[in-house]
Ligand binder design. Sequence first.
Ligand SMILES: Nc1ncnc2c1ncn2[C@@H]1O[C@H](COP(=O)(O)OP(=O)(O)OP(=O)(O)O)[C@@H](O)[C@H]1O
Length: 265
Amino acid sequence: MTTRGSRWGRGLSRRGDTRDQTAAGPVLRAVGLSRVYGEGESTVLAVDGVDLDIPSGQTLAVTGPSGCGKSTLLHLLGGLDRPDEGEVWLGGQRIDLLGERALARLRRRAVGFVHQDFHLMDELTAAENVELPALLAGDSPRTARHHAAALLDRVGLADRDRHLPSELSGGQRQRVAIARALVNEPLVVLADEPTGNLDTAATHDVLRLFADLRATGQTLVLVTHDERVAATADRVVSLRDGAPTEDTPLAAGGSQLGALLGWEG
Ligand SMILES: Nc1ncnc2c1ncn2[C@@H]1O[C@H](COP(=O)(O)OP(=O)(O)OP(=O)(O)O)[C@@H](O)[C@H]1O
């Protein structure tokens, strides 16, 4: 992929630079992070004082029962939501205090989101869906097209570039969404139940892609209910009632992938 100039603003830089820059610290850091929904009797403490350091290049799985705060935590980490208390640091920059426009700009460039239900634009082709964030980040149409084509090739969909999402399978849609998440060379990829709507074969495709990303040093945070998916990570953090109950390094994380891909459908 073509190398581009620094575009993440003060304290942030391109991914390669960031690895050097963050050698002494995490690429993503939560300090005392809390998020409360509602008021009065209907108050829900969705995230409760979470401290989390995610080193550059790590694949972290966040697991836990329904309602324990996984999605809320992911949204806070990616600047999609703001904490009521605590701090979020991305690539050495504190992001929770940024204004709306600065935060939106940073999110677009430094964070790649992958959602359970893909969130593709129905009226755009696969290629246009991947190009869009690059155009919004200021790439020329030619550069955006070039990057989108390379990424669709990388996710095995070069021959589907002109298809609309409705003409693709669920697994293909998720691969387009992953290509889109990567187009601006984000510091972190945040994925919320990325295999939740997929059958076994498509799940394997997505996990192979994540393994490929991990091999390139991409930092990845993966929310999943599925213990077999979590077992492919470098580290698993289990949440309960908004707070981590376990934080487990998996020495054999990547090597679990082989066993995983032996699943029977
Ligand atoms: N917009 C909201 N307003 C009020 N409460 C909310 C809102 N979003 C989430 N919650 C509550 O916050 C808690 C955490 O929700 P969250 O979606 O983060 O959990 P989760 O672990 O991702 O759940 P699931 O696995 O079911 O997706 C839950 O009790 C939920 O009901």
